[in-house]
Ligand binder design. Structure first.
Ligand code: DAT
Ligand code: MG
Length: 152
């Protein structure tokens, strides 16, 4: 069984617009397993640490303020190829470039209000999971029908 995990977060715009169930549903339907879930208003420090790679970008301050401006639904999802697959389900950063069928392609029109975050690689996923979750907040469990989702 593949134990790959990724960090996803529904941003304050996604929560305010009532897309929590819609978004969780897309990852559930795909076949991934939810192993961590909580809602919080991130501190400025957490937002800065999370987006640390963008520290020098002109939009950094605005981005940090936005992410810490309201409730975020933070999640850890597990499954085969989940890091790349989640990025595909999310769609391109710019909603204009995000294909219809993706979360951003279907639900967003603005780059600064693009609904959801997803880790972009293995190292980032590990870093972000540890940043947002304590070990005892992660729920290790087995999906009973896993054999119908993947062979190994
Ligand atoms: P992604 O969220 O697809 O991983 P990213 O890591 O390049 O995209 O950027 C992080 C977030 O920063 C992105 O979701 C929205 C915001 N952002 C990126 N580029 C921006 C820009 N040119 N203007 C305003 N916000 C931007
Ligand atoms: Mg990114």
């Amino acid at each position: 069984m593949i134990k790959e995990r990724t960090f996803l977060a529904i941003k304050p715009d996604g929560v305010q617009r009532g897309y929590v169930s819609e978004i969780i549903g897309r990852f559930e339907k795909k076949g991934f397993k939810l192993v961590g879930l909580k809602q919080l208003i991130p501190s400025k420090q957490l937002a800065q640490d999370h987006y640390g790679v963008h520290r020098e970008r002109p939009f950094f301050k605005e981005l940090v303020e936005f992410i810490s401006s309201g409730p975020v639904v933070a999640m850890i999802w597990e499954g085969e190829g989940v890091i790349l697959s989640a990025r595909k389900l999310i769609g391109a950063t710019k909603p204009l470039e995000a294909e219809p069928g993706t979360i951003r392609g279907d639900l967003a029109i603005d780059i600064g209000r693009n609904i959801i975050h997803g880790s972009d690689g293995e190292e980032t996923a590990k870093f972000e999971i540890n940043l947002w979750f304590n070990q005892d907040e992660i729920c290790d469990w087995e999906i009973s029908d896993y054999e119908w989702r993947a062979e190994n």
